[in-house]
Design a protein around this ligand. Structure first.
Ligand code: VGL
Ligand code: ZN
Length: 199
């Protein structure tokens, strides 16, 4: 069993083919993710969990379309199709994901006025989710991250994790990206520069 804590990012129906914000091949990672889950003694899941009127949804901004950007109080915010609404099928984990061994599920993006890509901080980069404190109290300093999407929730989680002093690996084979204007390559570059080990 690896001593790394595995953090499984947002493997939810809405990020898989047929979902509201489908990531290409988002479902293809599930068998490999299940192998990773089997070989880690600490497994943590994250779950994007938005209110139906969430401010990151283009539907809440008259005249705006998905993938456009608005200026939020905390800075620029990309607008998305409605996705991962609390209590819906789309917000559920992929049905084949082995969620049973998970010791913690961190939900994020549940406050209407603020999005949260990172598992550690909301998009204001100051409101903590509590995950860093959890990991520290449990003595878990080595993290391995994978999931959806490489260039958003995986990348921002990895960047925050190194900034918080954790040792961080991202497993690309068990991740897939949204890729807006080359954002996958850009975010992989930012992660490497910050000291994230890309596997
Ligand atoms: C995500 C966009 C909006 C992600 C979540 O999980 O990467 N991306 N909400
Ligand atoms: Zn979201």
């Amino acid at each position: 069993m690896s001593e790394h804590a595995l953090i499984v990012i947002d493997v939810q129906n809405d990020f898989c083919p047929g979902g509201a914000l489908a990531v290409d091949e988002g479902d293809v990672i599930v068998p490999l993710m299940n192998q990773l889950i089997d070989t880690h003694s600490h497994v943590i899941l994250t779950q994007d969990w938005h209110t139906a009127d969430h401010s990151s949804f283009a539907s809440q901004h008259p005249g705006k379309a998905p993938y456009e950007t608005v200026e939020a109080e905390y800075g620029p915010q990309t607008l998305w199709p409605d996705h991962c609404v609390q209590g819906t099928k789309g917000a559920e984990f992929h049905p084949d994901l082995n969620v049973t061994p998970a010791e913690l599920i961190i939900r994020k993006g549940f406050r209407q006025a603020i999005d949260s890509y990172s598992a550690f901080f909301e998009n204001d980069h100051t409101t903590p989710t509590g995950l860093a404190g959890y990991l520290r109290e449990r003595g878990l300093s080595k993290l391995r991250l994978a999931g959806l999407a490489t260039d958003f929730c995986v990348a921002y989680s990895a960047l925050d994790a190194v900034a918080q002093g954790f040792s961080v690996e991202v497993v690309l084979a068990a991740s897939r990206g949204i890729d807006l204007d080359g954002s996958v390559d850009a975010m992989i570059g930012r992660m490497r520069e910050a000291g994230v080990v890309i596997r």
